[in-house]
Design a protein. Structure first.
Length: 363
């Protein structure tokens, strides 16, 4: 068992207005919490930090009590990143965990880390693959191992001769805890996510019974899609809430009666998305708070149907039937504590952190 280990997570994107903020970025913070939780449980001395590469300047930040720093650069352009500053930050840590590991910047970071003799772990959060990876899969050998957030995510690494590990989560089930306070409104349906076409919000609007209301929470990154959704909503009880912070989102989850996550491989214009969901963090957080969820069959979402309180739909008809069953009170919803415990067991911080430390060779 090793002690005094230092782990640096490097992410092309951070929590900035120039970034498309989604679950992939939230995972960075959750992984830090998971590693520290597991280290405390195992009585390991562990130092963790985060480096983001889309800063307007090189800065030191304090984010949720985490050592988080940024380098000036553009998330998808390695030529915009000062190599010397990057190397200096990498050199001080023993293990480098690279997010968006198959994109050009991810490979750039991993190559420098490998040259410095570091253990390099890669994770793909759906940002795409640099063409060099396809034409020369041996490039992936700069990684010591790959971390897949789900069994579906594992497919991104199939052609690479590098160890692959499925470690689901992590979900912060301490923050997203079930609450007995307040009454849920069974007529309120909640949907959460970046307002982008692959999220499939129109499918919920189309299937929504007249007696139910729908609140869509998310930042609008596609104005044309938002306009399309508002047009679809005519005559139905649909509200759009943009700019909500985490606290307000949790309050909405506490009061809602049902959560629906309708991501799709084919969006409203027929465009194909290969990786619409590599985990499904939003429905997992809802389930952790005791809110039953309906999820589509896109990407990794069917894997969530193993959890109590979660149902998977594969068509508009199945979604309509499930919404109608909810309206009629016919869904057999387990107690909130049961849902929370299941998410904690299979996707929680401790189980994820312990498995990651094993993959990293720390324990």
């Amino acid at each position: 068992m090793k002690r005094n280990v230092s782990i640096l997570q490097v992410s092309p994107t951070g929590y900035s207005k120039r970034s498309v903020i989604g679950g992939g970025e939230k995972i960075v913070l959750n992984i830090d919490h998971a590693l520290r939780r597991a280290a405390a449980e195992l009585q390991l001395s562990l130092a963790t930090s985060i480096l983001v590469l889309d800063g307007e300047a090189a800065t030191v930040m304090s984010d949720h009590g985490i050592d988080c720093r940024s380098l000036q650069g553009r998330a998808w352009d390695p030529f915009s990143i000062h190599a010397g500053q990057l190397i200096e930050r990498i050199a001080s840590s023993e293990i480098i965990y690279v997010h968006q590991c198959l994109c050009q910047v991810g490979l750039y970071v991993a190559a420098h880390a490998r040259l410095l003799g570091k253990v390099v772990i890669g994770m793909d959060a759906g940002a795409g693959e640099y063409p060099l990876v396809k034409s020369n899969p041996d490039v992936a050998r700069i990684y010591s191992a790959f971390h897949a957030l789900s069994h579906f995510a594992l497919s991104a690494y199939e052609e690479f001769a590098v160890p692959r590990h499925v470690i689901c989560g992590p979900v912060d089930t301490d923050v997203y805890a079930d609450s007995c306070s307040g009454e849920r409104d069974p007529k309120t349906v909640l949907a959460l996510g970046r307002i982008l076409p692959h999220k499939g919000f129109e499918r919920i609007i189309e299937a929504l019974p007249e007696s139910l209301t729908l609140t869509i929470i998310g930042s609008p990154y596609d104005e044309a899609y938002l306009a399309f959704l508002k047009e679809k909503s005519a005559g139905k009880s649909v509200t759009f809430l943009t700019g909500a912070d985490d606290g307000e989102v949790r309050e909405r989850v506490k009061r809602a009666g049902l959560f629906v996550h309708a991501s799709t491989h084919f969006d409203y214009q027929g465009r194909y998305s290969h990786k619409p969901e590599l985990l499904g963090l939003a429905p997992l957080e809802a389930l952790s708070m005791g809110l039953p969820a309906l999820v589509s069959d896109a990407g990794a979402l069917p894997e969530l149907a193993q959890l109590p309180g979660c149902w998977c739909f594969r068509s508009r008809t199945e979604l309509s039937d499930l919404l109608e069953a909810h309206r009629a009170g016919a869904l057999q919803v387990p107690p909130p504590g049961v849902m929370h415990a299941a998410v904690t067991e299979h996707f929680g911080l401790l189980q994820c952190g312990e498995k990651l430390l094993q993959v990293m060779g720390v324990c």
